[in-house]
Ligand binder design. Structure first.
Ligand code: IPM
Ligand code: MG
Length: 356
């Protein structure tokens, strides 16, 4: 089959990790007789440098005319001034909003061969960590009205957390659907003891739960959830939460797996359209050195095959190849430990390709 993919290599290590991923996808094309038609477009810092705009209109158009978007990473110290008018992060928010990618899946999976990398005690990790964080991605305080104003000689700023029933319902449904494929447990995280928007969130999630009697639902406040995640991560199966709480919780969830360089993500919209990117950032400190870990981007491509192209077998083949490489002891610097074999970005890509 033929598929149209928009590719955004972005900044820092983005281009290196995307190149390895394209290599892996070529092997899939060969083995399964598919054709991925790539269109390379700019976003982030490199787009600011070349066009003055972190998200050129052309990029959005190419993405809209594709079936999926593969993204490396955006941002870096060169553009890292929070009060600057144009910033690379605007590209991310613009892509999410502009492509209506309201559902962000961030699986936090502890790969058995990388157990030692987790900062948590063995007794807490038990037989492993496998949490699926479902973050609402186009609503809430990141998209609500915001303003900085001057009243007399005081400055006042505000941002608005706002959710509608339909926004909560569609993300909750996805969380329950995912839970049905997993361990049938959903934890909804909010701050319903304070926030009106959270009370609505909680009510709507509970309503959606009525349609999924087999799934156990519980609610946690965000402050308690951050604590529970390090105290007893095995209590979680699927976590569903708002844009900001999901931003925070997904970073924490990735940290306890010990290998942020390993974790993929999918941002999904309607009709199987999605954007796929590693959770890690552009890692400017190691960019261009050929030592970055390409596995999170390779695993993101596997999610692309699964969710946008419905190629479950091909997705599994990539994931199994990655696990095999780890079991055989190959490691990039970020996940290196004693007795393992250090590899470069390119070698890691080749190792995965050879196991497909
Ligand atoms: C993420 C990032 C982004 C976010 C930033 C870079 C805008 O932290 O994808 O989690 O806050 O969503
Ligand atoms: Mg974040």
């Amino acid at each position: 089959m033929d598929f149209k993919v928009a590719v955004i290599k972005g900044d820092g290590i983005g281009p290196e990790v995307v190149d390895e991923t394209i290599k892996v996808l070529s092997k899939i094309e060969e083995r399964y007789n598919h054709k991925f038609n790539y269109q390379y477009v700019l976003a982030g810092g490199i787009a600011i440098d070349k066009t003055g705009n972190p998200l050129p209109e052309e990029t959005l158009n190419v993405c809209r005319n594709s079936q999926a978007v593969l993204l490396g990473a955006v941002g870096g110290p060169k553009w890292d001034n929070p009060s600057a008018e144009v910033r690379p992060e605007q590209a991310l928010l613009g892509l999410r909003g502009g492509l209506n990618l309201y559902c962000n899946l961030r699986p936090a999976l502890l790969y058995a061969p990388l157990r030692n990398a987790s900062p948590l005690k063995d007794s807490i990790i038990g037989d492993g960590i496998d949490i699926s964080v479902v973050r609402e991605l186009t609503g809430g305080i990141y998209f609500g009205e915001r303003k900085l104003e001057k009243i007399d000689d005081e400055e006042i700023a505000y941002d608005t957390e706002k959710y509608s029933t339909s926004e909560v319902r569609r993300i909750a449904k996805i969380a329950f659907e995912i839970a049905m494929q997993r361990n049938k447990k959903v934890t909804s995280v909010d701050k319903a003891n304070i926030l009106e928007s959270s009370r609505l969130w909680r009510r709507v999630v509970s309503e959606v739960a009525e349609d999924y009697k087999e799934v156990e639902l519980n609610h946690l406040y965000i402050d308690n959830a951050t604590m529970q995640l390090v105290k007893d991560p095995r209590q979680f199966d699927v976590i569903v939460t708002s844009n900001m709480f999901g931003d925070i919780l997904s970073d924490e969830a990735s940290m306890i797996t010990g290998s942020i360089g390993m974790l993929p993500s999918a941002s999904l919209g309607e009709n199987s359209f999605g954007m796929y990117e590693p959770i890690h950032g552009s890692a400017p400190d190691i960019a261009g050195k050929g030592i970055a870990n390409p596995l999170a981007t390779i695993l993101s491509a596997a999610m692309m095959l699964r969710y946008s192209f419905k190629l479950e077998e091909e997705a599994k083949v990539i994931e199994n190849a990655v696990i095999k490489v780890l079991e055989e002891g190959y490691r990039t610097g970020d996940i290196m430990s004693e007795g393992m074999k250090i590899t470069s970005t390119k070698q890691m890509g080749d190792l995965v390709v050879e196991r497909i």
